[in-house]
Write a protein that binds this ligand. Structure first.
Ligand SMILES: Cc1cc2nc3c(=O)[nH]c(=O)nc-3n(C[C@H](O)[C@H](O)[C@H](O)COP(=O)(O)OP(=O)(O)OC[C@H]3O[C@@H](n4cnc5c(N)ncnc54)[C@H](O)[C@@H]3O)c2cc1C
Length: 508
């Protein structure tokens, strides 16, 4: 008999470990454990409810399924060892884990129990790990664009028969950057409520809420506020509603942030996708079909496809390429602790207050809030990358180590020294004021560069280039910023850096 282990983020019937087993002969094992690290209550409910619903689905398909419940399972490792020692299967079969530590754990447990281990290829990513390692071989720097074009070509997605990209361009970023002013000119369109928020709760969610409140009373957030689809059926419904209701405007307002619209036209599929409730190519195919049917413009569909087969696959590739050392990256030598207001949202800066409040209440922020508000703040302030990484990992409903590492340490914090980004994603208040309506309700002035009422993002932005002038002066994409800073009068520079220091000293 085989044991087919299914991790809590591999909840798909396409799981290749199941393919390696035989119905009626082999046993599927799912383990709910209490030692999976800090997490927002909404995220915990999501994981528990999804696992329980999947276990029932497996039984419905005839699989003999053993489920370790959270009440009896303080430790994942101990539960797995106990199972293997009691049942002595011929082999433990697992689909490639999504997490480096789990891969190690499996190897150790196999050694400890003497049960041999068979790893089957993942179905949750399009790019095989070995293929990405090959693509990265010998390169000092990896750019997402090269990976993305390669994927478009090899998969034939949005490609013409002459081998050129559909529409003649590889990306439509310029069309996908509408500002607040553009949005108002367009009549200020708002997205409909996500379809899943309109559905009643099932027994899996109800019991998950009770268990989370029992075992994790001190985790951030409220379990009762859970809102995502936790079943395959719900995830497919959410994908379909995104394609029909939001995708047509997804591109236009992809980078826009609005105080009273926390989701904008984003898909909110990262949670289900990262648990295996959706698979990447079905999301891509659904978007491309909408374009072919004339229901969504090319710029929006290309923008969405780029996120899935471009960014998502790319950050996963970087994770497996660089682990475990990547998690310790700190190329800019940032040492400041994460301010406590990241948990309370109590800050006078409205952009931070709104984004952090949404993270606390819903376990979600959309990409530009993550990158250009929260990540940008941590980058400019010099927050220790590992603290920022752990906060993001704890707070978001779609967070997993494989996706967090490159997004936080590489993209947002430049902690990998520019391995995957040619320049830091640093922005001053002018960017936030152009791309959001946060500044209108803020006590800080985005136009003021220093002095009373000046937006701290302005102080921090120039202080950042001052602190790292040597590094960024030699980079063609940032040298202009350094020169423009250094051309200012010494008194002006001293005033800004002194005010930045006062702000940073006052953070805690
Ligand atoms: C600091 C920071 C933290 C992030 N944390 C996470 C995280 O915990 N989990 C996570 O899945 N993504 C993370 N991302 C990437 C991205 O912000 C989220 O995938 C996205 O905001 C999820 O919302 P959505 O499903 O509405 O995505 P959409 O904007 O609708 O995009 C569609 C899909 O594309 C994929 N995608 C888009 N951008 C990325 C990216 N940079 N990396 C990986 N996949 C991407 C996701 O699967 C997403 O669902 C992070 C980015 C940054 C800068």
């Amino acid at each position: 008999m085989k044991t087919l282990l299914v991790f809590g983020d591999q909840l798909t019937l396409e799981n290749t470990a199941l393919e390696a087993g035989t119905l009626g002969a082999d046993r599927v094992v799912l383990i709910e454990a209490r030692d999976d690290g800090p997490a927002h209550k909404i995220k915990r409910v999501f994981h528990l409810a999804a696992m329980r619903a999947f276990a029932e689905e497996l039984r419905g398909h005839g699989w003999d399924t053993r489920q370790f419940g959270i009440d009896a399972t303080p430790s994942f490792r101990e539960a797995l060892v106990a199972h293997l020692e009691c049942e002595r299967p011929d082999v433990l079969v697992v689909m490639e884990p999504n997490n480096w530590g789990r891969q190690k754990l499996l190897e150790e447990v196999s050694k400890q129990t003497g049960v041999s281990l068979r790893i089957t290829p993942t179905c949750q990513f399009v790019t095989p790990r070995a293929d990405f390692l090959n693509f990265a071989k010998g390169k000092k720097r990896l750019l997402m664009e090269a990976h993305y074009r390669r994927m478009r070509q090899s998969l034939g997605i949005l490609m013409r028969s002459d081998g050129e990209p559909e529409g003649g361009a590889w990306n439509y970023d310029a069309e996908n950057r509408k500002t607040v002013r553009d949005w108002k000119k367009d009549g200020a369109p708002k997205p409909p409520r996500p379809v899943t928020a309109r559905r009643p709760r099932d027994k899996f969610v109800e019991t998950a809420i009770a268990d989370v409140n029992k075992w994790f009373p001190d985790s951030p957030g409220r379990a009762e506020d859970f809102w995502l689809p936790h079943t395959r059926e719900g995830a497919l419904e959410a994908l379909a509603s995104f394609v029909a209701e939001r995708l047509p405007l997804f591109g236009d307002y992809q980078d826009l942030m609005l105080e009273d619209s926390p989701t904008m036209f984003h898909s909110m599929i990262a949670g289900p996708l990262n648990l295996g409730l959706l698979l990447p190519m079905e999301c891509v195919d659904a978007a491309v079909r909408a374009h072919t049917a004339g229901q969504a413009p090319l710029a929006a569909v290309e923008g969405f496809v780029r996120q899935i087969i471009g960014w998502r696959e790319f950050v996963n590739g970087v994770y497996w390429l660089k682990m475990p050392a990547y998690l310790e990256s700190n190329a800019l030598g940032a040492t400041l602790p994460l301010p406590k207001f990241f948990y309370t949202a109590e800050t006078s800066m409205n952009c931070l207050r709104c984004s952090l409040g949404e993270a606390r209440d819903t376990a979600f922020n959309h990409h530009i809030q993550r990158l250009m508000i929260l990540g940008n703040f941590c980058l400019l302030a010099g927050i220790r990358p590992q603290e920022a990484h752990d906060w993001f990992l704890e707070m978001y409903i779609d967070a997993h180590e494989w996706v967090m590492a490159a997004n936080v340490l590489g993209m947002a914090l430049h902690a990998d020294g520019g391995f995957m980004a040619t320049k830091p994603y640093a922005g001053a208040a002018a960017y936030i004021s152009k791309m959001s309506n946060y500044c209108a309700g803020c006590s800080h002035d985005p136009v003021k560069k220093s002095g009373p009422g000046a937006c701290p993002f302005n102080l921090l932005y120039w202080d950042f280039y001052d602190r790292h002038a040597d590094r960024f002066a030699s980079n063609p994409r940032t040298s202009m910023m350094v020169r423009s800073w250094q051309k200012r009068l010494p008194d002006e520079r001293a005033k800004i850096t002194a005010e930045a220091r006062v702000f940073l000293d006052g953070l805690e």
